[in-house]
Design a protein around this ligand. Structure first.
Ligand code: ZN
Length: 452
């Protein structure tokens, strides 16, 4: 059955929405109390897909460009106006909204049980230059819709709720990293795509760069964090799967790699007397691709830049400088892939007499999601009759920063043809609705069960 058709049926016919009841939908034990025979059936709680669609379209007008995409750069007027609009929507849903010193819009509502830590959910509304209408936007409008659905149903969660719209995700995850106390002073002077520095931009949003440390939350001060996001890859779309259960945001390591050979005349040096660094580099690139493809696991490895010196047509290159990047959910497997690549370059060096050197210049730690929240997302999806599969996120997200503070979960929905950061980025409304319902049900499971 076509996934989208199936999804549509499942949303209309969802058995789910078990308002805070941790038992599975469809559970059919015989009621022990006779009064329960006459009790009305539990009201299915589901987002309003039409309202969600309308609000997606409205958000897309803030910063709309002539290509059908958006330029809603962090700190731009469009960014500020859209946040004001969203604050109004959440105010109407009974949330108290404020902008923290890092410019994050955070809407809060008390829970029914005193002393519980808040569950946070949300995403970002800033875009890259020439971006599309789904990256960040789906998770933001999904979060607004979940908040509104709970308000409409008069449902108060046990935990306080915080809906967060993080500052400058695309330009360095400033807002979410500020919550984790990770923003460094020099970053405030960096100019962003909007033309404003981050420091000036924070003031424009109503934040205060001089007091940025006050945005920081204590590790353990939140009960959990959930983010809905478009996949930005083609896996779900091609495999016809409704929901991606994100296992984590991959770690990244990058090296500068240099191959040293011998510069010489391209006409007078016989082929058997050459130490051609370009040939050494070509063998290296090919080895990287082969090793990353054949080792067990889902690692990816890339040589993204290559410069030959001296770089003229009639000279044998004496030196080639390249970059090597490896990504994986496990930093250990990144290390294993690197070891295999380094061992292979030792063999290449021994055979050719050339020298390969590696200089690591960038590390970004992997951020695994919480195993229990993954299971809750799976349970929520299956309760809604949606297909789901577990996958890593190859792109960075705000959830990665919040993972330093509390257990996190991420829900992916399909990106048509895997296109993202482009005006023709697209996700079907039915998928946005499905993802929002999974966010809602996961939130209710998390609220009912907690994680301890
Ligand atoms: Zn995003």
């Amino acid at each position: 059955m076509d996934r989208r058709h199936f999804s549509r049926l499942s949303v209309l016919g969802a058995t789910g929405a078990w308002l805070g009841d941790p038992s599975r939908p469809g559970h059919s034990s015989r009621p022990s109390d006779a009064r329960e025979w006459f009790a009305p059936p539990r009201q299915a709680l589901a987002v309003d897909g039409r309202r969600l669609g309308e609000r997606m379209r409205t958000l897309a007008t803030f910063g709309a460009n002539a290509d059908g995409g958006i330029d809603r750069l962090a700190f731009s007027d469009a960014n500020i106006e859209a946040l004001d609009w969203i604050a109004g929507l959440l105010g109407n849903a009974g949330f108290t909204t404020k902008t923290d010193v890092a410019g994050n819009l955070i809407a809060r509502k008390a829970g029914s049980e005193a002393g519980r830590r808040a569950i946070m959910f949300g995403s970002h509304i800033d875009s890259v230059p020439g971006g599309g209408n789904y990256d960040g936007q789906v998770g933001s409008m999904g979060a607004v819709e979940v908040a509104a659905t709970l308000a409409d149903a008069g449902h108060t969660t046990r935990h306080p709720l915080e809906v967060a719209f993080f500052t400058n995700e695309e330009g360095g995850k400033t807002g979410s990293r500020a919550l984790a106390g990770e923003v460094e002073a020099f970053e405030l002077d960096l100019e962003t795509a909007s033309g404003y520095t981050i420091g000036v931009g924070l003031r424009r949003l109503g934040g205060d760069p001089d007091r940025l440390m006050e945005a920081r939350r204590e590790a353990g001060s939140l009960a959990g964090f959930l983010e809905l996001h478009v996949e930005q890859g083609a896996v779900l779309d091609q495999d016809d799967v409704d929901i991606g259960i994100v296992e984590g945001i991959v770690g990244i390591m990058r090296w500068n790699v240099t191959v040293e050979g011998r510069t010489n005349h391209a006409g007078t040096t016989p082929m058997d007397r050459r130490a051609d660094a370009m040939v050494g580099a070509a063998q290296f690139v090919s080895a990287v691709h082969r090793i990353a493809s054949t080792m067990p696991g889902r690692q990816v490895a890339t040589v993204g830049r290559l410069v030959a010196e001296p770089g003229v047509p009639n000279v044998i290159p004496g030196r080639v400088r390249m970059t090597l990047e490896i990504r994986d959910l496990s930093m250990d497997s990144i290390a294993r892939v690197y070891e295999a690549i380094a061992a292979e370059s030792d063999r290449l060096a021994a055979a050719s007499g050339m020298v390969y050197t590696f200089d690591r210049f960038y590390v970004s730690g992997a951020a695994p999601t919480d195993l229990r929240i993954r299971d809750m997302i799976e349970e929520a999806a299956s309760g809604l009759r949606l297909s789901a599969s577990r996958m890593p996120s190859g792109a960075g997200h705000d959830a990665q920063s919040i993972a330093l503070l509390c257990p996190v979960g991420m829900i992916f929905v399909p990106s048509v043809d895997g296109i993202s950061h482009a005006p023709n980025e697209r996700t079907e409304l039915s998928d946005i609705e499905n993802g929002s319902n999974v966010l809602l049900q996961t939130l209710l499971l998390l609220d009912a069960r907690g994680l301890s």
